[in-house]
Design a protein around this ligand. Structure first.
Ligand code: SF4
Ligand code: SF4
Length: 170
């Protein structure tokens, strides 16, 4: 993992490569864990000390990762954990990586620090577009702060949603 300030990113769009869902384990909140075990069974999760995770397959990928024609998508969708919704961004109260000014993000009168994980294939580097700054980063910030649950800009959008019947993410 290597994080860069959001102001070094021109735009982000998920490419459905599935890389994140193959690479990282997903930590679940208690209620997320409860909902998953009730719906899909306890065998889809792993409990370690005081932490809950989604089970990973033998190749390391998330048990809910699906694919079709080399396009990867999340099998959970409406039950997608918050950690997955926020990926590949991180919203912090204090600066942590690189130049603090480049990470500053003003939200509801507060200064936050937003970073992107360079492991994601959906990042395009450069000066932030208006859309990225005012819609995409805002939505990631609201998800991270618990101000919203629904994803619009932070999930993969496709030109023909009926092809899949739903919006996609990884
Ligand atoms: S979020 Fe990034 S790494 Fe994950 S599937 Fe989309 S493009 Fe790939
Ligand atoms: S986005 Fe879905 S498939 Fe990917 S790690 Fe999260 S739960 Fe698993």
């Amino acid at each position: 993992m290597q994080f860069v300030p959001w102001q070094t990113v021109a735009d982000w769009r998920c490419r459905g490569c599935g890389y994140c869902c193959k690479l990282y384990g997903v930590v679940l909140g208690f209620h997320e864990w409860l909902n998953l075990t009730k719906t899909f069974g306890a065998e889809t999760t792993v409990t370690e000390l005081d932490r809950f995770y989604i089970k990973r397959c033998s190749d390391g990928s998330c048990a809910f990762l699906c694919s079709k024609n080399l396009n990867y998508f999340c099998g959970l969708q409406s039950m997608k954990p918050n950690a997955c919704k926020i990926w590949p961004f991180k919203v912090l109260a204090e600066p942590k990586y690189g130049e603090p000014k480049q990470a500053e993000y003003q939200y509801m009168g507060h200064t936050l620090y937003v970073y992107a994980d360079t492991m994601c294939n959906g990042l395009r580097y450069g000066s932030p577009t208006w859309e990225f700054q005012n819609n995409t980063v805002k939505e990631f910030t609201e998800l991270a702060l618990g101000q919203r649950e629904n994803q619009y800009k932070t999930t993969r959008s496709i030109s023909n949603p009926n092809q899949w019947g739903r919006r996609l993410f990884p």
